[in-house]
Design a protein around this ligand. Structure first.
Ligand code: UT7
Length: 327
């Protein structure tokens, strides 16, 4: 059986830092509130002129280099995102051009914060069915361009960035062991951006007058659904694959909020040291959060060959899912 194995990781992080102290000057908030309610201390955001495709390209080049795979050998590029440079063409096509992946097909996957895991899930299917051998999967976002900087309940949460992995077809026990993705459109209004799409086009002056092209979120309700959804889908995946929680070396949940991460970890009964967190330094980078975390873990020596890694995320849709892999 063919398996999709991660053979390289990379990240593209904007240089500019936005601290809680900076936010205190923008809206009525405090470093203490943000740290206590979210665990976030600072986040990176893009500067004027910096593009989403730039971050993705940086992450892709790093991942290819570490994988020792040439861009021309890629069969497919998938970018999980909801903040592409333009509504079309897809950012994956811009990355394909930037890195010279002349043979690769390219498409974006829209699944908000779960975009990277959805893309991994699909890429795994392509490799298992012999439709591709080398796939570049990127998860990234620059939500700082969609945030309402007058809304303190959302503007303190998000950060920008991109992370990438190169997946390669392999035989053996190492690689993606299983994945499970879910959605429930009944919760579509929990997190959304009502303007800028075809329903309220950006070229209609009323769209901006009504302040529609900004992120809106029912944070508290999202919080409650998110914890149960991520714990349930992760438990289902482990049971399906025949593993016990104790066998998981590292649990990498979506870095949305430290309280959500802790609550999911506790519900899953993982010891705190096996639950990865970097939300304090990046904020919620949406689709980028898991690939950035994975890249940090690999570079920091937290993951060793043979380790079982469980990743899970939730986001606007609502969508959620889990991926289990053996490093
Ligand atoms: O990737 C998926 C994206 N979505 C999420 O991650 C959302 C998940 N939800 C959350 O992370 C939390 O719900 C938030 C961090 C967004 C909010 O925390 P909370 O504990 O649910 O607070 P809350 O919304 O219940 O608000 C509590 C109070 C309110 O004041 P009152 O009504 O009690 O007087 C808010 O107005 O905190 C106030 N508040 C703030 N105060 C200072 C909300 N935002 C801020 C702020 N600074 N930035």
């Amino acid at each position: 059986m063919m398996r999709a194995k991660i053979v390289g990781t990379g990240a593209g992080i904007p240089k500019k830092l936005l601290t809680n102290a900076d936010l205190e000057k923008l809206v009525e908030t405090s470093d203490q509130w943000i740290r206590e309610r979210t665990g976030i201390r600072e986040r990176h955001i893009v500067s004027p002129g910096e593009k989403f495709s730039d971050l993705c390209t940086h992450a892709a080049v790093e991942a290819l280099k570490r994988a020792k795979v040439k861009a021309e050998d890629l069969d497919m590029i998938l970018v999980g995102t909801i903040s592409s440079d333009m509504l079309f063409p897809a950012t994956s096509c811009l990355v394909q051009r930037n890195i010279g992946a002349t043979r690769a097909a390219a498409s974006d996957i829209s699944a908000a914060c779960v975009g990277f895991l959805y893309a991994l899930h699909l890429a795994d299917g392509l490799i298992q069915s012999h439709k591709a051998e080398n796939i570049l999967v990127i998860g990234g976002e620059i939500l700082s361009r969609y945030v309402d900087w007058t809304d303190r309940s959302t503007c303190v949460l998000f950060g920008d960035g991109a992370g990438a992995v190169v997946l390669q077809a392999t035989r053996g026990d190492h690689g993606i062991l299983g994945s499970r993705m879910k959605s429930n459109g009944n919760y579509g209004d929990f997190i959304c951006m009502p303007g800028g799409g075809s329903n309220a086009p950006a070229n209609d002056p009323r769209t901006l007058e009504d302040r529609l092209p900004f992120i809106r979120m029912r944070g508290n309700e999202t919080f409650k659904v998110a914890v149960k959804a991520m714990a349930d889908v992760s438990s289902e995946l482990l049971a399906e694959q025949g593993f016990e929680k104790e066998e998981i070396r590292l649990f990498i949940p979506h870095q949305a909020n430290e309280r959500i991460i802790d609550a999911v970890g506790e519900r899953m009964k993982f010891p705190a040291e096996r639950v990865f967190k970097n939300v304090d330094r990046y904020g919620n980078t949406s689709a980028a959060s898991i690939p950035i975390a994975l890249d940090e873990c690999v570079r920091g020596g937290l993951i060793k060959r043979g380790d079982l890694i469980l990743m899970t995320a939730f986001g606007a849709g609502l969508v959620w899912g889990s991926v289990l892999l053996r490093w």
